[in-house]
Design a protein around this ligand. Sequence first.
Ligand SMILES: C[S@@+](CC[C@H](N)C(=O)[O-])C[C@H]1O[C@@H](n2cnc3c(N)ncnc32)[C@H](O)[C@@H]1O
Length: 266
Amino acid sequence: MENYDLYFAANKKLWNNKTAVHVASDFYNLAQFKAGATSLNPVELAEMPDVKGKSLLHLQCHFGMDTISFARMGATATGLDLSDAAIAAATELAASLEANASFVCANVYDANEHLSEKFDIVFTSYGTIGWLPDLNRWAAVIKERLKPGSIFYMVDFHPVVWMFDDNFSFIKYSYFNTGEPIVEQLSGTYADRQADLHDTEYGWNHSLSEIISALLNAGLTLEFFHEHLTSPYNCFNNTVEVTPGAFQIKGMEGKIPMLYSMKFIN
Ligand SMILES: C[S@@+](CC[C@H](N)C(=O)[O-])C[C@H]1O[C@@H](n2cnc3c(N)ncnc32)[C@H](O)[C@@H]1O
């Protein structure tokens, strides 16, 4: 099996550095969240089952806002993330809000070494598998953490979005996973473009067939798959807000998908 440790170490450093900037950013708006607002978006709120009384595992939870939002909705929530700075911030946030949420610092590939519990729901969202080279390993972890009859729900940016250069002016990257990492020098972050952050990031593009096949091959059953024309996050360059809180790429309005969402049953 190929050794990805160097890439993961670089990405961990990158996410550790991003965390303090994100916690303080208007983008994540922690003040509003602390006052009671959910960080979840209309897509997942409409498509997810009721989480009340359910155990929920949130993979790649960043500093825990969505995990805590699920806890506020009545779930017993567990967040997992590679970044120790993010997990420390999440743990502190949950404690300050007395939320029914706990957090684990681990690579998603190693989740089964850190968790033995099986969950009613596994959830992941917005900026996840692009950090993972091998989706079969990822899907096997999800399958292992699900109870029989339980669900995996995911909403993320559509692979078409990741084909373009930063300004959406030309197609720069393959739609498919070439097996080689996409190496980029980061300057700033989507949550604060002027932030003094300068790191190298390693990512991988994944086609829809690669994503869905990995989950089907792991033994899950697809219940629905949706594509969406707008993103709830204004996290790209050259965007236009087509309706309040709904973003598309300027010049491509109504032409490319911004998100996909799907639900699988174990
Ligand atoms: C874009 S954020 C997730 C977005 C989340 N919805 C949010 O905005 O709060 C991506 C997260 O994936 C985590 N991550 C990256 N690679 C990972 C890996 N191999 N295992 C676990 N977490 C990883 C990063 O530390 C980061 O917190």
